[in-house]
Write a protein of this length. Structure first.
Length: 120
């Protein structure tokens, strides 16, 4: 999620203000470095399972505005005619599967997992 926020921030800021915009979006990391261990200790003392529950509640709550902004911008771009309709690739299902396995290096990942499992 941090990467998505950084990309959006950098794409919407001018080159002159980019450093300030990036610093603004990265500043919560400073707070987390000091407050994070204390919060983790509180979760550990009370009930550590709530740490997972809090993550499951907090992440969607903070991601929802970003998702809304992206969907709203996509809708605006469609209204203005800036988005071109997607043209079909002309590949069959098996060709598409092969293409995406190669594109995302899945075969290499599976080979590395097989090698690691063989070693263990």
């Amino acid at each position: 999620m941090t990467f998505a926020i950084d990309v959006i921030t950098l794409d919407t800021s001018t080159l002159r203000n980019r450093g300030l915009a990036y610093a603004f979006t990265s500043s919560p990391n400073i707070i987390v470095a000091y407050a994070g261990p204390n919060v983790a200790q509180k979760f550990y003392e009370k009930n550590w399972r709530w740490a997972f529950g809090a993550f499951a509640i907090i992440l969607p709550a903070f991601a929802a505005p970003m998702v809304w902004v992206l969907l709203h911008a996509k809708g605006e771009a469609k209204k203005k005619g800036l988005l071109q309709p997607k043209t079909p690739s002309g590949r069959t299902f098996m060709q598409s599967l092969s293409h995406y396995l190669i594109e995302f290096d899945s075969k290499l990942v599976y080979a590395m997992i097989a090698i690691l499992l063989e070693i263990v």
